[in-house]
Design a binder for this molecule. Structure first.
Ligand SMILES: Cc1cc2nc3c(=O)[nH]c(=O)nc-3n(C[C@H](O)[C@H](O)[C@H](O)COP(=O)(O)OP(=O)(O)OC[C@H]3O[C@@H](n4cnc5c(N)ncnc54)[C@H](O)[C@@H]3O)c2cc1C
Length: 373
C-alpha cells in the first residue's frame, strides 16, 4: 500500500494533522493508522482550555460532543486560594466520545483511517503495521505518550512523568481547580465533567518528577476534599515537551504527545491540535511541491506561534514553580499573576499577559513568604 502522507495515531494530534493536510492539499492521499478501534477511551482530565478551543477551530475541527463548561479557574497554593474568570471558558470532554468524533471529522475531510493497525516499526520509507506495510512520502508521528514511531525513528525517548486520575460520583463544583498544596512537585486537580449524561467531576494528580506514593497523594487529596472516589485511580504518564528536543527526523515530524505536552499544567490536547495542524499543513505543502527538505521549517513554525511561545514558557516556568524555592508556588496565587496565566491559557494574544507577568513577578516574589507552611 502507498500514501502521500501517513499519520500514525488518530488522537487529537493525528486528526488535526489529517484535516490540515487535506485542507492544504485536497488531492493528497492521507492515511491515518491507529492501533485501537474507535470509540476507544483515553485516560485524561478532558479539559480543553480557551487556547485549545482556538486550536480546534484553527484545525478546521468542531466540538460536537457533550461537554461541561468552566468559566472560572481556582488556584490554591501555600494555603491561599484565588478564583479568576477565564477570558474564554474552558470545556471538559469525555475522550471516548471526543476522539471518536474527531476520527469521523478526519474521515469527512477525506483521510483514510485504518483502525486496529498498530505501527510496529519503520524501515526506510515503509511503515510496518499490524495490517501490512505502507510506503509513505512523509510521516507524522502522532501516537501519543509511548510513541512507537518516535522510537522507530531512533529519537530519544524524552521525559515522561506520572499521572493518576479518578472519577467522582457527582459534581460538587464547576470550576477548574488546581491545588499546588497537594504535597508533590506538581498539583492535584478537580475538573467538572459529564459522565453518561450526568454532571460529575474527575480529579487527579500530576507530578513533574517520579515520586513514590502517588496513589496515596491522590487518596489524601480526595479525602481532604471530602470527595467519594468512584473506583481505583487510573495510572498513566505524560511525555513533556522539552525545549530544544527533537521535532522530527528526515521525512518524519513529531506531533502531539509524541512531541510533548505542556510541562506547567500537563495540558496536552491544545498542543496536540496545534502541532498536528502545523505538521499536517507543512507536510502537505512540502509533498505538493516535491520538496520534503522544507520539513526542516517545522521547528521554526512551531515556536513562532502563540501556542509555541506558551509551550516554551511553560517548560521554563514548570522548573521554577515545582522546584525547591517555595516562593514560586506562593506567586501562583497572586491575583494579577493568576489573571495573566488565565489569559495565556485561554488563548489570548500573549504580549499583554506576558508583560503583565514580567511586571508583577518581582513584587509578587518579594511578597511571597519564604518559609514552609
Ligand atoms: C491522566 C491524564 C490526564 C490528562 N488530562 C488532560 C487534560 O485535562 N487536558 C489536556 O489538555 N490534556 C490532558 N492530558 C494529556 C492529553 O491526554 C494528551 O496530551 C493528549 O491526548 C495527546 O494527544 P495525542 O493525539 O498526541 O495522543 P493520544 O491522544 O494519546 O492519541 C494517540 C493515538 O495513537 C494511537 N497509537 C498508540 N500507539 C500506536 C501505534 N503503535 N500504532 C498506531 N497507533 C498508535 C493510540 O491508540 C491513540 O489513539 C492528560 C493526560 C493524562 C495521562
Amino acid at each position: 500500500m502507498h500514501c502521500d502522507l501517513l499519520i500514525v495515531g488518530a488522537g487529537p494530534a493525528g486528526c488535526a494533522a489529517a484535516v490540515a493536510a487535506r485542507t492544504a492539499a485536497p488531492k493528497l492521499t492521507v492515511t491515518v493508522v491507529d492501533s485501537a478501534r474507535f470509540p476507544r477511551d483515553k485516560l485524561c482530565g478532558g479539559a480543553i482550555t480557551g487556547g485549545g478551543l482556538r486550536e480546534l477551530e484553527l484545525s478546521g475541527l468542531v466540538l460536537r460532543v457533550p461537554h461541561a463548561i468552566a468559566s472560572h479557574a481556582v488556584l490554591r497554593a501555600r494555603g491561599v486560594a484565588v478564583r479568576v474568570e477565564l477570558p474564554h471558558p474552558a470545556v471538559v470532554v469525555h475522550r471516548l466520545e471526543f476522539d471518536a468524533d474527531l476520527v469521523a471529522q478526519a474521515r469527512g475531510a477525506g483521510a483514510t483511517v485504518i483502525e486496529e493497525a498498530p505501527l510496529e516499526t519503520i524501515e526506510g520509507d515503509v511503515a510496518i503495521t499490524g495490517q501490512g506495510g505502507i510506503r509513505f512520502g512523509a510521516l507524522i508521528a502522532a501516537d501519543g505518550a509511548s510513541s512507537t514511531a518516535r522510537r522507530a525513528l531512533g529519537l530519544p525517548a524524552g521525559r515522561r512523568v506520572p499521572v493518576r486520575e479518578t472519577h467522582l460520583q457527582a459534581a460538587r463544583q464547576w470550576d477548574l481547580v488546581f491545588d499546588l498544596d497537594a504535597g508533590l512537585p506538581g498539583y492535584a486537580w478537580r475538573f467538572p465533567c459529564i459522565d453518561s449524561a450526568r454532571a460529575s467531576e474527575n480529579c487527579g494528580v500530576y507530578s513533574v518528577e517520579r515520586i513514590a506514593g502517588l496513589d496515596e497523594v491522590l487518596t489524601r487529596f480526595t479525602d481532604r476534599e471530602g470527595l467519594p472516589m468512584a473506583g481505583r485511580a487510573g495510572r498513566s504518564a505524560i511525555r513533556l515537551f522539552e525545549s530544544g528536543g527533537p521535532v522530527g527526523k528526515r521525512k518524519a515530524l513529531l506531533a502531539g504527545e509524541a512531541l510533548g505536552a505542556d510541562a506547567l499544567a500537563g495540558e496536552g490536547i491544545r498542543y496536540a491540535l496545534w502541532s498536528g495542524r502545523i505538521a499536517g499543513r507543512l507536510a502537505a505543502r512540502a509533498l505538493v511541491r516535491g520538496r520534503t527538505a522544507s520539513l526542516n521549517l517545522y521547528r521554526a513554525q512551531l515556536l513562532g506561534s502563540r501556542s509555541g511561545i506558551l509551550l516554551e514558557l511553560g517548560a521554563h516556568l514548570a522548573k521554577r514553580l515545582y522546584g525547591p524555592d517555595l516562593r514560586w508556588r506562593g506567586i501562583a496565587c497572586d491575583r494579577r499573576v493568576a489573571e495573566a496565566v488565565a489569559a495565556l491559557i485561554s488563548g489570548e494574544r500573549p504580549v499583554m499577559p506576558l508583560l503583565g507577568l514580567l511586571c508583577r513577578l518581582p513584587a509578587a516574589m518579594r511578597a511571597a513568604p519564604a518559609a514552609l507552611f
